[in-house]
Design a protein around this ligand. Structure first.
Ligand SMILES: [Zn+2]
Ligand SMILES: [Zn+2]
Length: 431
């Protein structure tokens, strides 16, 4: 088989990997880049026409993949619901089917429904974790991974008597760390190639807390104070929401989620799992309706996405009354709502990658919280593997060849294995 990494040999995000045999051609991940010319990509770039995106390299030159070309791929396979792995789907020729897990599909649907990402025309086919499926003469076996995206997969790819393993994005310090153990135990040993992510390389001075440790830190911070706790994380980072939810139980506080987060939890809970969501089963979860978002839901998104939580609604007035007994989600777009709730002199925990914190919109939000007497603090842990876990995967699988991907520091892998081979974006190699 031939493999071409169109993007990812020397950067984090925007992953696209082609696997091609004599009869079958698939693309694994169709990621929108996080960087352009080594700087974080500007939000406005996404609005440019596709001709300009091609010229800039945001859309790599790939024959017979895109909507304006004929369809020369048998399928696209998506590892998980992060934009840097699926954000280019809307440009893919809609005659090409897209394979993904049920959780990934739900998260992408929610993002489309709430206009966070554009829709795409391809037919979606679902795969199940640990069940092999075939596309032409390529067999793929997905493994559930521990990552900050829900229902994320790694793939074992078998064809022509060879095996390639793609780790996707993963970690071993989240709430599903057992998935990493299971992957290392069950995936094929001595694969011909291991494509492995290394997002954390170069950040070695960062100490890595587990999600359980983060939950403990929330409890520790709040157990002896009597004030509101607001926190900001990605509403699709389910592990993180669960960490704060569990802390709310331990602290005997009400867990207040905004209506968007409520929808994420509600939709994912339909997939038969034990996620907390607004329902009689979880009486300490209440739903806050931010003014502008609620208007948008009624005008544009669909009123059932608001009405389904009417029973669990908590008003601004009620939040004001019980403010010292809440843990509440927030984000910059809720700045005025938070002001109108009259919460004050509390703790704000920023629980996202620190790189986003300097943005003007975020700064305005935090200044308004500071003005209301909030203590601004950070509490976060990465969605990506530590060096120890990267080594654990390499030692456990013992690949014949290791190819770094999704990393700014591919050379650092040389320290972990003398079978490391660096590749270049857009250059095919044979396995
Ligand atoms: Zn990624
Ligand atoms: Zn990811």
């Amino acid at each position: 088989m031939h493999i071409t990494i169109y993007r990812g040999t020397k950067e984090i995000g925007g992953t696209l990997i082609e696997v091609k045999t004599d009869t079958t051609r698939i693309l694994i991940d169709a990621g929108y880049p996080l960087f352009l010319n080594n700087a974080p990509i500007d939000d406005n770039i996404a609005k440019l026409p596709h001709t300009e995106l091609l010229a800039l390299g945001v859309l790599p030159k790939i024959e017979r993949l895109y909507a304006w070309d004929d369809a020369g791929f048998d399928a696209v396979v998506i590892s998980h619901a992060h934009i840097d792995h699926y954000g280019l789907l809307k440009y893919v020729n809609s005659a090409i089917p897209v394979h993904m897990s049920a959780g990934t599909e739900r998260l992408i649907q929610i993002s489309q429904r709430f206009r966070i990402c554009d829709s795409f025309g391809s037919e979606v086919r679902r795969f199940r974790m640990y069940r092999s499926f075939r596309i032409g003469d390529i067999e793929l076996k997905p493994y559930l991974m521990d990552h900050s995206a829900f229902d994320a997969a790694a793939f074992e790819i078998n064809t022509e008597g060879k095996t390639v393993i793609y780790s996707g994005d993963f970690r071993g310090h989240g709430r599903k760390s057992v998935c990493l153990d299971r992957f290392i135990a069950a995936a094929k040993k001595r694969p011909d190639v291991l494509l492995i992510e290394g997002s954390m390389l170069g950040r070695i001075d960062e100490q890595t807390m587990t999600e359980g440790g983060l939950e403990d830190a929330v409890v520790e911070r709040m157990q002896r104070v009597n004030c509101p706790l607001l926190f900001q994380c990605s509403s699709q980072n389910i592990d993180r929401l669960v960490s704060f939810y569990r802390a709310s139980l331990r602290l005997k506080r009400m867990f207040v989620v905004d209506i968007y987060t409520a929808n994420v939890l509600h939709e994912l809970r339909q997939l038969k799992n034990n996620l907390p969501y607004p329902s009689p089963e979880y009486p300490n979860i209440k739903v806050f309706f931010p003014y502008r978002l609620t208007q948008r839901i009624f005008d544009d998104i669909g009123e059932e996405y608001a009405r389904r939580f009417a029973e669990y609604h908590i008003s601004r007035e009620r939040i004001k009354e019980v403010q010292n007994h809440i843990i509440m989600t927030c984000r910059p777009s809720m700045r005025i709502d938070i002001q109108k709730c009259g919460v004050h002199d509390g703790v704000f925990l920023y629980s996202l990658w620190r790189g986003y914190r300097d943005e003007a919109y975020q700064q305005t939000f935090e200044k308004s919280l500071a003005k209301a007497g909030f203590s601004l603090e950070a509490l976060h842990t990465s969605g990506h593997a530590t060096i120890a876990d990267i080594k654990r995967v390499i030692n456990g699988l013992d690949p014949q060849k290791l190819i770094p991907i999704h990393t700014m520091h591919p050379d650092a892998f040389g320290d972990f294995s003398d079978r490391t081979e660096r590749k270049h974006d857009g250059v095919a190699f044979e396995v």
